[in-house]
Write a protein that binds this ligand. Sequence first.
Ligand code: NAP
Length: 244
Amino acid sequence: MPLTRSLDESTVVITGASSGIGAATAYALARRGAAVVLAARSEPALRQVARRCRELGGRALVVPTDVTELESVRRLADQAAAEFGRIDAWVNNAAVSAVGLFDEIPVAEFRRVLEVNLLGAVHGIKAALPYLGAAGGGVLVNNASVLAEVAMPYQSAYNATKHGIRGLADTVRQELRVTGRGHISVCTVLPATIDTPFFRHTGNHSGRELVPPPPIYPPEVVAETIVRLLRRPRREAYAGARPG
Ligand SMILES: NC(=O)c1ccc[n+]([C@@H]2O[C@H](COP(=O)([O-])OP(=O)(O)OC[C@H]3O[C@@H](n4cnc5c(N)ncnc54)[C@H](OP(=O)(O)O)[C@@H]3O)[C@@H](O)[C@H]2O)c1
């Protein structure tokens, strides 16, 4: 089921909103008059994104959040609903990576990638579902990657989390349907390589410079895909080229 209200009446929570695809999604929604709730760890960066959202015609709330902590994510949901009255959609978008041969990535760093990308999405879904139900329905979008479909060497931790997000989304969707909550849609977006600071934020154990694999698409391509999913939910949507 799509959003129960038009975008200019909707409240959308976005994790990883301080940068890249999350910020671009916030701008795309703000342009359509939505209320956006911006979550990430860096408050100054979130404040800049919020300022731009308001210039574009949206309403914006900044909630500094660490998605690895369930309580932090629950607080995000509570503050979003307290400020705007309800939550209509939730975008799990925060992620990190660690590049290198599997043998070279320390377990602590592997764990960090799992905690941010996969457990962060688990926390987001846990926090969002009660509010989406209370709103009479809504849309949950998980930003995965084409690396949820194919594996890429030197990206074992990231690949594992993105495959995991796809399986998690499919399972939650099935469970919502069989428990009478089919009015909450669960969508997975599978972007190709996107031009964001992601590769500069990535832990690099490869001993080489990281060069994102072409073709490279602007973050607005993913943002517009997410907007389309909110209006017309589908199980999955590619953003940029599909894996060959
Ligand atoms: N760029 C690509 O080529 C590409 C391709 C496919 C999929 N994706 C996916 O797109 C999503 C966004 O990535 P991006 O390219 O826009 O990268 P990005 O610019 O590095 O953004 C990552 C975001 O995640 C946030 N974040 C990291 N750790 C966090 C934590 N513990 N708690 C809360 N927020 C946290 C960061 O903010 P703070 O540091 O302020 O917390 C930042 O806002 C990710 O899920 C990524 O896997 C990217």
